[in-house]
Design a protein around this ligand. Structure first.
Ligand code: SME
Length: 157
């Protein structure tokens, strides 16, 4: 199956979770599980919540990871600060990359917005291969991020 197709199927499963949604952590935990089971090349997939100017580890699948990241450096911080997807073909060439596990070689991070377009979390995927992610992953993961937009409780603008 081409990965565009796989993202479509994963998206359907995530949509079903969001429909049943009652709890942010539960929905994101199943989203991480859906993605990890559909993409064998994912070494680590998970979420970091934006809380009090830091990124705090949320639901994930894979080896243990850094529990708290600052907004000053790293790929997750770059995606949070810019509100844009950050695709890193070689993490060793990304200035300030935070290595939670030395086996990661490439990475993609997609911001998650609420309905007011505030960044609430990021979706982070790592691979052991170099250059493992491309525009198709960005499109697929951004679609997943959009599906998750309605899970956050509304905040005043
Ligand atoms: N590499 C990330 C840290 C999170 S781990 O990859 C799970 C970063 O540079 O922000």
């Amino acid at each position: 199956m081409k990965k565009e197709e796989t993202y479509k199927w994963a998206g359907k499963q995530v949509r079903a979770q969001v429909k049943r949604h009652g709890d942010v952590v539960a929905t994101l935990a199943n989203t991480a599980a859906i993605l990890k089971s559909r993409f064998p090349n994912y070494f680590w997939v998970g979420f970091y919540f934006l809380k009090d100017e830091h990124l705090i580890l949320g639901p994930f699948q894979g080896p243990p990871a850094c529990m708290k990241l600052t907004l000053e450096k790293g790929v997750c911080a770059a995606a949070t600060n810019s509100g844009k997807t950050v695709l890193v073909p070689n993490v060793h060439e990304f200035p300030g990359h935070v290595a939670c596990d030395s086996r990661s070689n490439s990475e993609i991070v997609v911001p998650l917005f609420d309905v007011n377009m505030r960044v609430r979390a990021v979706l982070d995927v790592d691979s052991e291969l170099l250059e493992d992610f491309d525009a198709a992953d960005a499109v697929g993961l951004e679609a997943i991020s959009l599906l998750l937009q309605e899970i956050w409780e509304k905040k005043e603008k």
